[in-house]
Structures are given as structure tokens and as C-alpha cells.
Design a protein around this ligand. Sequence first.
Ligand SMILES: *[C@@H]1O[C@H](CO)[C@@H](O)[C@H](O)[C@H]1NC(C)=O
Ligand SMILES: *[C@@H]1O[C@H](CO)[C@@H](O)[C@H](O)[C@H]1NC(C)=O
Ligand SMILES: *[C@@H]1O[C@H](CO)[C@@H](O)[C@H](O)[C@H]1NC(C)=O
Ligand SMILES: *[C@@H]1O[C@H](CO)[C@@H](O)[C@H](O)[C@H]1NC(C)=O
Ligand SMILES: *[C@@H]1O[C@H](CO)[C@@H](O)[C@H](O)[C@H]1NC(C)=O
Ligand SMILES: *[C@@H]1O[C@H](CO)[C@@H](O)[C@H](O)[C@H]1NC(C)=O
Ligand SMILES: *[C@@H]1O[C@H](CO)[C@@H](O)[C@H](O)[C@H]1NC(C)=O
Ligand SMILES: *[C@@H]1O[C@H](CO)[C@@H](O)[C@H](O)[C@H]1NC(C)=O
Ligand SMILES: *[C@@H]1O[C@H](CO)[C@@H](O)[C@H](O)[C@H]1NC(C)=O
Ligand SMILES: *[C@@H]1O[C@H](CO)[C@@H](O)[C@H](O)[C@H]1NC(C)=O
Ligand SMILES: *[C@@H]1O[C@H](CO)[C@@H](O)[C@H](O)[C@H]1NC(C)=O
Ligand SMILES: *[C@@H]1O[C@H](CO)[C@@H](O)[C@H](O)[C@H]1NC(C)=O
Length: 695
Amino acid sequence: MKLICNSKASRLAIPILGFALVLILSLASPTTSCTEQEKSSLLQFVAELSDHGGLTSSWKNDTDCCKWEGVACSSNRTVTDVSLAARGLQGHISPSLGNLTGLLRLNLSNNMLSGGLPEELVYSNSIIVLDVSFNQLNGGLQELQSSTLRPLQVLNISSNFFTGRFPSTTWEVMKSLVALNASNNSFTGQIPTMYCVSAPSFALLDLSYNQFSGNVPPGLRNCSMLTSLSAGSNNLSGNLPDELFNLILLEHLSFPNNQLEGSLSGISKLKNLVTLDLGGNNLNGNVPDSIGELKRLEELHLDHNNISGELPSTLSNCTNLMIIDLKSNSFCGELSNVNFSNLPNLKILDLLRNNFNGPIPESIYSCSNLTALRLSSNMLHGQLSESIGNLKSLTFLSLVNSSISNITGALQILGSCRNLTTLFIGHNFFNEAMPEDDTIDGFENLQVLALNHCSLSGNIPFWLSKLRNLEVLLLYGNQLTGSVPDWINSLNFLFHVNLSNNSLIGEIPTALVDMPMLKADKIASKAFELPVYKSQSRQFRMPISFSTTLNLGMNNFSGVIPEEIGQLKALLSLFLGYNKLTGPIPQSICNLTNLEALDLSSNHLTGAIPTALNNLHFLSKFNISNNDLEGPIPTTGQLSTFPSSSFDGNPKLCGPMLAHHCDLAEAIFSAKHKGDKVEKVIFAIAFGAFFCVGV
Ligand SMILES: *[C@@H]1O[C@H](CO)[C@@H](O)[C@H](O)[C@H]1NC(C)=O
Ligand SMILES: *[C@@H]1O[C@H](CO)[C@@H](O)[C@H](O)[C@H]1NC(C)=O
Ligand SMILES: *[C@@H]1O[C@H](CO)[C@@H](O)[C@H](O)[C@H]1NC(C)=O
Ligand SMILES: *[C@@H]1O[C@H](CO)[C@@H](O)[C@H](O)[C@H]1NC(C)=O
Ligand SMILES: *[C@@H]1O[C@H](CO)[C@@H](O)[C@H](O)[C@H]1NC(C)=O
Ligand SMILES: *[C@@H]1O[C@H](CO)[C@@H](O)[C@H](O)[C@H]1NC(C)=O
Ligand SMILES: *[C@@H]1O[C@H](CO)[C@@H](O)[C@H](O)[C@H]1NC(C)=O
Ligand SMILES: *[C@@H]1O[C@H](CO)[C@@H](O)[C@H](O)[C@H]1NC(C)=O
Ligand SMILES: *[C@@H]1O[C@H](CO)[C@@H](O)[C@H](O)[C@H]1NC(C)=O
Ligand SMILES: *[C@@H]1O[C@H](CO)[C@@H](O)[C@H](O)[C@H]1NC(C)=O
Ligand SMILES: *[C@@H]1O[C@H](CO)[C@@H](O)[C@H](O)[C@H]1NC(C)=O
Ligand SMILES: *[C@@H]1O[C@H](CO)[C@@H](O)[C@H](O)[C@H]1NC(C)=O
């Protein structure tokens, strides 16, 4: 996935302009009224809605319809505009609107309208702007069987449930068409190109988020006025046709998430490009040197392709670049090829999963507007430079798996990036010592700290206690020793703690089972600057996507599991496996009714399985294997759904899924130890069955 950047300015400008237009038109109206015929067409439209969103308070039969909310007329009292965007309208769109013979603009966007889109409107003889985007309209668009010219200029049917083949010959009679947005529907078939031939001013085509298939049609070459072309997230295949590179007015070219092939060799012809998004395809070859000729380029998204070679130094000629997203390709060579100091507007640089090598180029640190920098999973190396402190806007930094050394230096330097909220620097600094001293400062805004898999030695350091906004702490895969410090419960927002795979000792401290955010409902925090990849296909968009977790597995914790663990009501995952815990499974665990994963395996736990664990209805991962537990495994409820591997290695446990079946005495024992009716009934049935078999 990628960040799709829309120009907020233009989105705002249009409604304001539209509003101004309506205002001017209504102010200019003379005193005579609209015709009865038009009034009744409009009332017919409202009558056929199932929810008119309060419209009838202004749409009254005894008043001039030119003064109705959302209606505007020309000076001769003909209705020209019906603007009812975001009015909460429900029901179907009446064809009666087609009787408004002077209607020029109809905007029903952002409602909950359903049913079909009346042909009278799409193929109207008067309408020039039709916007029904963001509704629940369905059905297909019929091919128009007429050769009468239609005046339609702008058609926005995006974000509905339209299906079927997209009309192709219809566009022949729409010689005035300028913009066509059919994105986010379920249209099928090939991309039509008739409008390229018939409509000389055709400038915008958006077919993204549909099921179009076949090639990118070479016929697009005739769309010579096209400035914006989008067809991302379809099933398009084949090469990028050369013809595409002849659309020299193109400012936005966007075909992400298809199966397109070929190379970018012709791209420099598109001198006006502002955004180029070809991510998530099968493109190969290099980025040509000529990319430097794209002087207006602001966004370059080529992520998730097979593009290789070095980054051309000429990239630094694209001085307007704000976003460079090249993650998951096969780029190689040194990053210092590119002089990033020529890119002062750069906000996002994402080079995740490539084969870049060499040090992190100093020139990156002069991009003072940089908010997100991700260089993870390359072959970079070296130490962080002091100059990274220049990146005052940096909120997201990910340098995972980059052979970086000197963690003390790195953390001292990064502390001065005051706006940093997300720091992923795991898989680096191998075998160094966790900095303990109080020279680590800053990080006031840090929400996510990932220092996992670094084999760091030392204790859980005190400076962490100053990270007041920390929500997610990943320290797994180190060699940390000592106990979990008591200040941990002063981190009021911490809700995901993974300390697994270290050498921590001592009892599970009460401070840990007293952590505010493990007990409370979470407050949703801000989205990550870049989506975080949990795996190739799973991505996290905000810290909250890390589920509420306490992971202390694979350490040397000893003693009993404290009864107070039952306070951590918000927990979704609790991992205590592979420690030296003794005593029973506390009854209070059964109070953690949100739990989805519970792992207590490979400890020395004794006693019976609390049957109330069956109350954990969301539990989908459960492991208590390799302990000294005894007695029967509940034969019904949630626990009975887990395989024997969840229970193995407890010689004194019995149950239908184990080799060791329960005998009568054990079954009675099980029934005695709870008061719950269902279990008693089950026991009675089991008892009855025993006797039947016995007799
Ligand atoms: C329709 O109205 C919405 C909301 O005011 C606006 O964003 C949109 O631009 C309008 N459509 C057209 C085609 O002007
Ligand atoms: C509007 O036109 C339809 C045909 O499209 C016709 O049946 C209907 O009577 C007309 N309604 C009004 C209110 O004029
Ligand atoms: C509106 O009023 C006219 C006469 O004033 C009447 O003929 C017509 O039926 C009314 N329409 C509606 C929808 O009530
Ligand atoms: C009203 O004016 C528009 C142009 O603004 C014209 O197309 C239409 O025919 C006129 N209608 C009447 C009834 O005069
Ligand atoms: C629908 O598309 C048109 C043309 O691109 C655009 O002007 C309009 O703002 C869009 N409507 C919405 C609600 O975004
Ligand atoms: C098309 O409409 C969608 C909303 O459904 C909008 O997000 C997108 O920006 C529009 N496309 C263009 C090119 O304006
Ligand atoms: C697609 O349409 C659905 C339903 O209207 C909407 O929730 C979603 O945000 C739209 N997606 C895009 C990418 O515009
Ligand atoms: C592009 O960049 C190169 C070096 O990176 C430079 O020599 C060349 O003059 C630049 N070309 C233009 C047109 O700016
Ligand atoms: C950084 O961004 C701000 C606004 O986002 C802009 O005004 C400023 O010019 C940018 N700085 C540089 C060096 O481009
Ligand atoms: C730091 O973050 C704050 C709050 O998000 C923001 O207002 C401020 O502009 C940021 N500082 C810089 C230098 O980007
Ligand atoms: C680690 O980085 C700090 C700060 O940049 C520096 O002072 C120190 O010498 C570095 N240590 C090593 C071993 O390179
Ligand atoms: C479970 O929670 C309830 C109420 O929150 C409490 O009364 C009860 O003592 C708890 N049970 C255990 C075993 O902690």
C-alpha cells in the first residue's frame, strides 16, 4: 500500500466555488416563480426518496422552487442546479429529475441513494455536470442507442456498486466530455477509448478500484488533452504501451496494483508529470537517467516492482519531489549517487527492501522537511550522523536490519529529533550494550520503540521511564538481564510490551500487572506516517494495530503467576511461555475475557486447569503444554476446541484429545471443582455413558 496524496487545496476550492455559484444565482433571481411542471418534477423526486434528509421543510409546494434549498435557477426561472450533496438522502433517484429540461448540474454525491442511475440523467439533453459519487447505486450502465449529441462534460459515478461492462460506444455522442470518474465500482471488461476520439477536450479519466482487465489500450494515444489518468487496482496486464508516453500533458499517471510489465524507458517524455504511481506491478529495467527531466515531479511511487539498477544521480534534478517510494524492488548501488540536498521539499523517502549499500548519505540530512524516512532491509552500514538532528520534522524513522552500529551514539543523536513518534531500529547494533546512562534524553513524543533482535546486553534501562508517551515497546530478542523495573507502570500509555527472548529474572512484578493501558480501553492514537509491514501482506496503519499484549516469554522468570494478572482486562495476548514459573494457573486469568492468545507453555505450573477458562470465548491460540498440570481437560466449551499439542507434555492431564483418557474419579474431581451448570450436565451425561458402557 501507499500513501495517496490528494491536494487538499483543490478539494476545498471546488465546494467553496460551488457554494459561491449557488449564492450568486439565488441572489440574482428576480421575483417570478419556477414553473409548476418543474416544481412537480422536484417534488416527485423527493416523494420517491425513503429519507429526504429534512428537505421538505424548505421544499414546499406553495413556494417558489428556485428558492428551495439546493436548487438554483437561471434568470428566466429555469432550474439549472440541484445540489444535494451530503444531505443524508436515501432511496432511489427518481427519473423525474430528467424532466427538468434546463438542468445543467446535478450533484447528489455523498448520500445513501440506492437502486439504478436513471438513464434520463446520464444521457440527459441538458445536464453537463452529474455527480452521484459516494452512494450505493448499483446495476449497470446501458450502452446508449442514439446518435443525438449529449452535452455531458463531467460524470462522477465513483464509489458506488455499479457492475458489468463499462459503456464504450456511448461516448461517441459525448463530444464535450472533460472528466469521467468511475472509480471504486465493479466495472469489468477492457478500458474503452472512444472518448479519446470523440471528445477533443477530454482531460480526466479515473477507473481505479474496478475489475477492468486486458492491456492498457494503445488507443489512449488519442486522448491528447489528458492531464489525469488513473486505473489503479484493476486486473490490467501486459506492457505499458509506448503510446502512453505520448500523452505529454499528463500531470497524474496512476496505475498501481495491476500486473503491468515493461520498463520506464519512455517516461521522460511526460514532462508535465506531477505524480507518477506505478507501484505494485511487475515493472523491470532501470529508472532511466532521463527521469531528471521531469522537473515538476512531486510524487514518485514505484514500490513493489522488480526495478533494478542504481538510482540515477539525475533524480536530484527533480527538485520538486516530495515523496519517493521505491520499497520492495531490486535497486542496488550507493545511495550517495543522489544528492538529496537538491530535494528540499522531500517529505517521505521510503526505500524499504532493496539492495542499496554503503553508508546513509549525509545529503539526506539536509532535507529538513522530511517527516518519514525508511531505509530498512538494505545493505547500508555505518553509524548515524549527528546531522540527523537537523530533521526537526521527522516523525517516522525505520532503519531495521541495516548493520548500523553504536546504539549509544544513535540514541543520543535521535533524542534531538523532538517530533519523532515512531522508531524502528531493530536488527542492528549486534552484541552492543544497552545504554544505561542518563545521557539518553528527548524522545518526548515517542510512541513506538522497536529495539528488537539486537542481542543487546545489560538491564532494562532507566531512560525508558522518561518516554512518557510510549505505547509500544519491543525489546525482544536481546540478552537483557535483571528484573523488570517497577517504574514500568508509570508509562501510562504503554499497551504493547514485548520483552520476550531475553534473560530476565525474578518474579513477574506487580508493577507489570498494574499497567494502566493493559487495564483500560485504549485511546486511538495518530496514524503512522508510513504503514508498517508486519509481513509482506499484513500492514499496520497506527500504533493501535499492535494489539494489547504482554509478552514475557522465553526468559527466566520464576515464582507464581500473580493473581493480580486478572486486572489486565484489556489484554488480547498474554505470553508467559518458556520461563520457570511455578504454582497454579490463577483463577483470575479467567477474567481476561478479551484474550485471544494465551501461552503458558514450558513452565512448571501445577494443579488443575481452571474450567472457567472456557469463559474466554475469543481465545484462538492456547498453549499450556510442557508443565505439571493435572486432572481433566474440559470436554466442552472453548478449551475443547484446541488440539492435543496445546496440552501435551503434562503427564497428569487427561482428556479425549490426549493419549491419557480420564477415568471416573478424575471426571468427578472435575465436576466438583466448579459450580457451573453446563459442566454439571456434561458430567451427568459422561457419567451416564460410563454406566451404559459398563453395563
Ligand atoms: C458535489 O458536491 C461535493 C460536496 O459539496 C463536492 O465536493 C463536489 O466537488 C461536487 N461535485 C462537482 C462535480 O462539482
Ligand atoms: C416526468 O417524465 C416522465 C417520463 O420520464 C413522465 O412519465 C412523468 O409524468 C413526468 N413527470 C412530471 C412530474 O412531469
Ligand atoms: C402542488 O400544488 C398544486 C396546486 O397548487 C397541485 O395541483 C399539486 O397537486 C400539488 N402537488 C403536490 C405534490 O402536492
Ligand atoms: C432559459 O434560459 C436558458 C439559458 O439560460 C435557455 O437554455 C432556456 O431555453 C430558457 N428557457 C426558457 C423557458 O426560456
Ligand atoms: C467527482 O469528480 C469530479 C471530476 O473529477 C470532481 O470535480 C468532483 O469533485 C468529484 N466529486 C467528489 C465528491 O469528489
Ligand atoms: C474520483 O473519485 C474518487 C472518489 O470516489 C476520488 O477519491 C478521486 O480523487 C477522483 N479522481 C480524480 C482523478 O479526481
Ligand atoms: C469506495 O467506496 C466505499 C463505499 O462508498 C467507500 O467506503 C470507500 O472509502 C471508497 N474507497 C475509495 C478508495 O474511495
Ligand atoms: C541534471 O543533473 C546532472 C547531475 O546530477 C547535471 O549535470 C545536469 O546539468 C542536470 N540537468 C539539468 C537539465 O538540470
Ligand atoms: C517545508 O515545508 C513548508 C510547508 O510544508 C514549506 O513552506 C517550506 O518551504 C518547506 N521547506 C523547504 C526547505 O522546502
Ligand atoms: C512537530 O510536531 C508538532 C505537532 O505535531 C507540529 O506542530 C510541529 O510543526 C512539528 N515541528 C516540525 C519542525 O515539524
Ligand atoms: C558512538 O557515537 C557517539 C556519538 O556520535 C560518539 O561520541 C562515540 O565516539 C561513538 N562510539 C563509537 C565506538 O564509535
Ligand atoms: C473477576 O472479576 C470480578 C469483577 O470484576 C471480581 O469480582 C472477581 O473477584 C474476579 N475473579 C477473580 C478470580 O479474580
